[in-house]
Design a protein around this ligand. Structure first.
Ligand code: AMP
Length: 500
């Protein structure tokens, strides 16, 4: 009994000392940077961010450096609405600049969490843009607050600033490396100081970061599509566990900050997040997604009159499916481009209403037809359930759903922002249960081996998988103390209750 009460006392103390974990950390975002440019950097950063807009639509920011001063503009809203006027660029002088576009989530912290973050450190100013989520944010934040640190945001990204400030490293790269070694989880960082731009990728490379060149300038971006818009060329991916240091004099230095490990980039970037015109590891994302569709047609084809995507994310896989099956590709749904993302709406009712406003059945195409609908992923099932009933109302004879990835059974902690496991349709359901719930005639998912094969990796290696694929397998590539903490507490409390 005394053991139980001391455990509970410890838990109560822990709860008092633990700042509430903010609902929205730094979710999936886009980062960009350029240095040693022969014109104003801010315009190039704005163009790069515009190309990365799909990675975050809540708000964006740009920081530049000019003659000893950092200049910054951060705004809620879209890049094109805030970063196109000459007057904005006039306030962002300099030939070096970085930028960030932030993902919107319910209760996402608003303006104060917009990036780049900036701080004046002993060694000079530092501006930082982060994509990814850290998984020891709570633990580290609690430790730093207890030591007197004052946080200005609820974003986990601020840890990098605080840890860099506290580091005893001799120069800025040592300090940033110290910070990178303390955190767990996913990060692709672009950092600007008075002397250099740094690109840093987490030890297994969960989030992407690409190095490019524009004339004599080095550029960094989450995805290569940002280079196309400014006419830059891809040099290579920043390696997992690598820091690149792009100097103001046009130099490039590479440092390893983490021991070499097997790279495990996030598989969901290829399935959903990346823009189809980006290249990952030299391969077109569009072609990769077509291969997912082709593999699905081989694994689970069904007799049908037409193949249609759920626009826009299902388009390349539906094309691949149609080409492999020989069944005509048609648009069973017409998408309104005036409705944003449905996925991030806070309530189920809002999500359903938004799906309804976003998609309309193309009656002339679907009436009396057997339709195969292809989507990239099925998360809560909101989209497919609504769309199936819409197509049936429009007279479709059969509606078959084909999903270009396996069932998502486990939550994500690294920035993809899938919901808690209870909300995931596939969490504790088999395919037949899911089929009934969404109301499809048939439902099939791409198999895990089919996915790996389509990605050119052969079968999934169980001991050394080539990707971060925990959403399908539960195999997380990093320690997750923030999340383990909670599970452990719940588990230990129930064990203690049983012991009583
Ligand atoms: P759901 O309606 O909950 O089944 O979500 C599936 C739809 O949301 C698919 O059409 C995906 O394209 C899209 N989606 C999947 N993952 C995400 C994500 N992390 N953020 C935003 N949209 C997503």
């Amino acid at each position: 009994m005394s053991h139980v009460s001391s455990f509970l006392r410890r838990q109560q103390r822990l709860q008092r000392e633990t700042p509430p974990l903010p609902r929205a950390l730094n979710e999936e975002c886009g980062v960009f940077g350029i240095i040693n440019h022969d014109g104003p950097a801010s315009q190039k950063v704005a163009m790069g961010l515009h190309a990365l807009q799909h990675r975050g639509q809540e708000g964006a920011g740009i920081t530049t450096y000019y003659e000893g001063e950092f200049h910054q503009a951060k705004e809620l809203g879209l890049v094109a609405d805030n970063f196109t006027e000459q007057s904005v660029f006039d306030n962002l002088p300099g030939t070096a600049g970085i930028g960030h576009t932030r993902y919107s989530t319910a209760g996402g912290g608003g303006a104060k969490n917009l990036q780049p973050l900036y701080a004046d450190l002993e060694t000079g100013g530092i501006a930082l843009a982060h994509n990814g989520n850290l998984t020891n944010n709570r633990v580290l934040r609690r430790r730093l607050i207890n030591r007197g640190a004052i946080f200005h945001t609820t974003s986990d990204s601020e840890l990098f600033i605080q840890l860099t400030a506290l580091s005893r490293g001799l120069n800025m790269s040592e300090k940033i490396i110290d910070a990178a070694r303390e955190v767990e989880g996913a990060f692709a960082l672009v950092v600007l100081t008075r002397d250099a731009m740094y690109g840093v990728r987490d030890a297994v490379g969960i989030r992407p970061l690409v190095l490019g060149k524009l004339g004599d300038s080095y550029v960094l971006a989450s995805e290569s599509c940002a280079f196309d818009l400014i006419g830059a060329e891809v040099v290579r991916d920043v390696e997992p566990g690598e820091m690149v240091i792009c100097g103001r004099d046009g130099s490039l230095v590479s440092r390893r900050w983490a021991a070499e490990r097997l790279a495990r980039p996030c598989i969901f970037e290829l399935i959903y997040f990346a823009r189809p015109n980006s290249f990952v590891d030299g391969e077109s994302v569009y072609e990769i997604r077509k291969r997912l569709g082709r593999t699905m047609a081989e694994e689970s084809h069904v007799e049908a009159d037409l193949i249609s995507p759920i626009p826009d994310s299902g388009v390349p896989s539906a094309i691949g499916y149609a080409q492999a099956s020989g069944v005509p590709y048609e648009m069973a749904l017409i998408r309104s481009h005036f409705v944003g993302r449905t996925f991030i709406e806070p309530s189920q009712q809002m999500r359903e209403m938004k799906v309804q406003r976003k998609h309309s059945a193309n009656i002339g195409v679907v009436k009396g037809k057997r339709v195969v609908l292809v989507d990239d992923s099925l998360v809560r099932g909101t989209t497919s359930r609504k769309i199936i009933s819409m197509l049936r109302d429009a007279g479709a004879k059969e509606v078959h759903i084909r999903v270009a990835c396996p069932p998502i059974r486990f939550p994500d902690f690294y920035g993809i922002d899938t919901p808690s496991k209870e909300e995931l349709l596939a969490h504790d359901r088999d395919v037949e249960d899911m089929r009934q719930l969404i109301g499809a005639d048939t439902l099939s998912f791409l198999s895990l081996d089919g996915l790996y094969q389509a990605l050119g990796k052969g079968k999934r290696d169980q001991t050394q998988p080539a990707f971060t694929d925990h959403c399908f397998t539960g195999d997380y590539p990093t320690a997750n103390p923030d999340h383990d903490d909670r599970d452990n507490v719940v588990q230990q409390l129930s064990l203690l209750r049983e012991a009583r």
